[in-house]
Ligand binder design. Structure first.
Ligand SMILES: Cc1cc2nc3c(=O)[nH]c(=O)nc-3n(C[C@H](O)[C@H](O)[C@H](O)COP(=O)(O)O)c2cc1C
Length: 189
């Protein structure tokens, strides 16, 4: 399966490297799209080495589709993907998705992702950010669209020292969520 992994600028971005590694080991082809903030946390070279493919960092670039034909990259990557997962999803990118803003590589590719293709969201943030009324409202807005599958954040001791909800789901739980989402979308015999 072709899996697009979106990585945002959150402290849990390093776990996206493990997610990519696990998915590649399971035989999936993986490509990574990063927000502008994400490389402050993990360098694209890590993802390029793990996935054996260049990372997309800019929306305003053209490239080539997998068959070699010239293509607009955000569209060709969205066509290439069978499924997308954003891990970690920051409060900021969550807000952009809720409002239909596509101003970076990740939000632009996700906007171009056909609705027939599953899109999983794994938010991770400080508990106070998670509890912020605007974040909760954005989560409700996204849920109302019935377009996304959430991999819920966990309650734990967070990197900032606070204890509460907002930790990125375990990598194994994200892999399980991908597999059960795919099973749910399989064509019925
Ligand atoms: C050390 C550090 C850790 C951060 N961790 C998170 C986080 O876990 N979740 C989050 O929503 N924002 C976090 N932020 C804030 C985001 O980096 C910031 O909102 C940024 O604009 C997100 O942009 P992006 O969604 O385009 O990557 C963190 C910032 C810093 C400096």
């Amino acid at each position: 399966m072709n899996i697009l992994v979106g990585v945002c600028g959150g402290i849990a971005a390093y776990k996206a490297a493990d997610l990519c590694s696990q998915l590649v080991k399971k035989g999936h082809r993986v490509r990574v799209v990063m927000t502008r903030g994400a490389p402050h946390f993990v360098g694209p070279i890590t993802f390029e080495a793990l996935t054996d493919h260049p990372v997309m960092l800019q929306a305003l670039a053209t490239g080539h589709s997998p068959d070699g034909a010239s293509a607009i990259e955000h569209i060709s990557w969205a066509k290439w993907a069978d499924l997308a997962i954003v891990a970690p999803l920051t409060a900021s990118t969550l807000g952009k998705l809720a409002c239909g803003i596509a101003d970076d590589a990740l939000t632009t590719v996700l906007m171009a992702l056909p609705v027939s293709k599953p899109c999983l969201l794994a938010p991770a943030m400080n508990t106070a950010m998670w509890d912020a009324p605007v974040v909760q409202r954005n989560l409700r807005w996204l849920a109302e669209l019935e377009r996304y599958t959430f991999v819920e954040p966990v309650s734990k001791r967070l990197a900032c020292g606070d204890i509460g909800v907002g930790g990125l789901a375990e990598v194994s739980d994200m892999v399980d969520a991908i597999e059960s989402t795919v099973a749910g979308h399989a064509p019925q015999p």
